[in-house]
Design a protein around this ligand. Sequence first.
Ligand SMILES: NC(=O)c1ccc[n+]([C@@H]2O[C@H](COP(=O)([O-])OP(=O)(O)OC[C@H]3O[C@@H](n4cnc5c(N)ncnc54)[C@H](OP(=O)(O)O)[C@@H]3O)[C@@H](O)[C@H]2O)c1
Length: 260
Amino acid sequence: MLNIDLTGHRAFVCGASKGIGAATAKAFADCGARVTLAARSLAELKQICEQLPGDGHQVLELDLAKTESIEKLLISTEIKTDPYTILVCNAGGPKAGALAEARLDSFADGFQTHVLANQTLVQTLLPGMISKKYGRVINIISTSVKVPIPNLGVSNTIRGAVASWAKSLANELGPFGITVNNVLPGFTETSRLEALVEAAGKRLGKSEDEVIALWKGSVPARRFAQPEETAVAISFLASPLASYINGINLPVDGGRTGTL
Ligand SMILES: NC(=O)c1ccc[n+]([C@@H]2O[C@H](COP(=O)([O-])OP(=O)(O)OC[C@H]3O[C@@H](n4cnc5c(N)ncnc54)[C@H](OP(=O)(O)O)[C@@H]3O)[C@@H](O)[C@H]2O)c1
């Protein structure tokens, strides 16, 4: 029988206080990994961490917008003596809004929190992955790297940068037994989706229920995803089962994205 088995692995999951990141931390622990849960909300992280099965989990208060502190914080989790083999790069998405009206600091914030933070995380954890001859870098981005999403221009721009960064990195790190892949969530029931429904309602002059019905109707599955469904895909990519999958964009979107 095939199992997603992460026994013996240590995973660093960003954005683990809510949504897809929290579900991923739980799924990794269910698969036997020891997980470090990182985000800005320490109380929420602790609450999730306490419920994880198994031992050796920990929490880390980390703001991905402050790239200068990331390396120092990661080193405090004993990365040299006990290296991480799995890294999930994940943070909140840039705010919705018309691209033509977007301020330059929105781009700078997005680039900092997504591209520069990911680069810092990888550079800090890479020596450990190389020493273990095993590494999985999984970036949670968006289907917008395939089809740009209306009213999310800053996000579309930043996600595209992350996708190109990841593909370039996949080419470089493949020889070390390290894979780099992107997971592209579709509509997933989290606080991010609630914020997007609210913004779309205001923009389109519709109630939130109308927006939800419209969006569900655009998905072949006719429903939103639960974060746990995305977490299963992430766990698979993190596992030895996915050893020959490298440099891909994996939509977990119920079939919504209108391209191959
Ligand atoms: N849900 C969807 O429908 C959907 C669709 C497409 C793409 N996505 C993308 O998938 C990713 C995860 O989505 P989600 O729905 O799980 O989002 P979410 O529920 O808003 O959770 C985002 C997580 O990122 C953390 N975070 C945000 N800013 C951070 C920062 N500066 N430093 C450290 N942690 C930070 C948040 O924790 P703290 O606030 O505690 O820091 C939280 O744990 C996002 O990039 C989102 O845009 C989601």
